[in-house]
Design a protein around this ligand. Structure first.
Ligand code: ATP
Ligand code: MG
Length: 237
């Protein structure tokens, strides 16, 4: 299976990159770096020549460009070249009336694959940030059903996907979502058992057909984006 580099060196070293045409899930609390991971991956995907679409449900693309600029990433250039496109579901929602919004939510409730209608046929890589915005009225059973179908359709289209699901509003769906995807990462903060200091760690929960560490991997967010610092021993939380 071919792999796509994520743009996070340590992650590529450990996993060999994301499997092409498959979906990887990123979960994590507010501020854990999910969007930065998504942007870093989108940029690297473009640099590898893949037509990439970033679907944003919460922030508008202006904020995402600003965030990327802080790291010295010129997403405007990639956008002008036509290799990177943003789909803003947030601004569409903000513009419609409440009545229309409930129709939109109803549509989403019935069908996550609505996300796919908005992306051009030749798209090779997709980031969905954040599918948790559309889970409000779903039962766990409905969520699993719709999410499975979305992952299935993405695979049928051979689209490599990073699906972001926040842990705050969709806690109950995090575990369910794990089953459908090919790989999954969980981003979190914890207290280092040796130093007593708080640190950012990621757990590679799964990556099929890949040897992955059981230990947490420490990472930092600095002026270049996400950087893997070292792996540390896993402990009981
Ligand atoms: N230029 C920077 N240098 C260092 N750290 C930064 C920089 N920009 C952002 N951060 C850190 O990244 C965090 C935000 O990351 P990000 O937006 O990816 O989180 P998120 O998981 O998507 O959060 P949310 O659930 O709110 O969308 C900030 O809270 C900050 O700690
Ligand atoms: Mg975010």
């Amino acid at each position: 299976m071919k792999r796509i580099e994520t743009g996070i060196d340590g992650v590529d070293k450990i996993t060999g990159g994301f499997p092409e045409g498959r979906s990887v899930l990123i979960t994590g609390n507010a501020g854990s770096g999910k969007t930065i991971f998504g942007l870093q991956f989108a940029k690297k995907s473009c640099e590898q020549g893949f037509k990439t679409v970033y679907i944003t449900t919460e922030e508008d693309s202006t904020d995402l460009y600003t965030q990327a600029e802080a790291f010295g990433w010129d997403l405007h250039k990639l956008n002008e070249e036509g290799i990177l496109n943003f789909v803003e579901l947030a601004s569409i929602r903000a513009r419609v009336t409440e009545a229309e919004m409930s129709i939109d939510i109803e549509a989403m409730k019935g069908n996550f694959s609505k996300f796919l209608n908005d992306i051009p046929e030749d798209t090779e890589t997709v980031v969905i940030d954040n599918i948790g915005s559309y889970t409000a009225k779903l039962t766990p059973y409905e969520f699993r059903d719709r999410f499975d179908l979305l992952i299935y359709e993405l695979k049928q289209r051979n689209i490599t996907t990073l699906v972001i699901l926040d842990s705050a509003t969709s806690k109950e769906f995090n575990e369910i979502a794990l089953f459908s995807v090919y790989g999954a990462f969980k981003l979190m903060k914890r207290e280092n058992p040796y130093t007593g200091r708080r640190e950012r760690v990621m757990d590679i929960v799964k990556m099929r057909s890949t040897k992955t560490p059981t230990q947490f991997i420490t990472y930092e967010i600095d002026s270049n984006g996400i950087k893997i610092v070292s792996s540390v021993d896993s402990d009981e939380e």
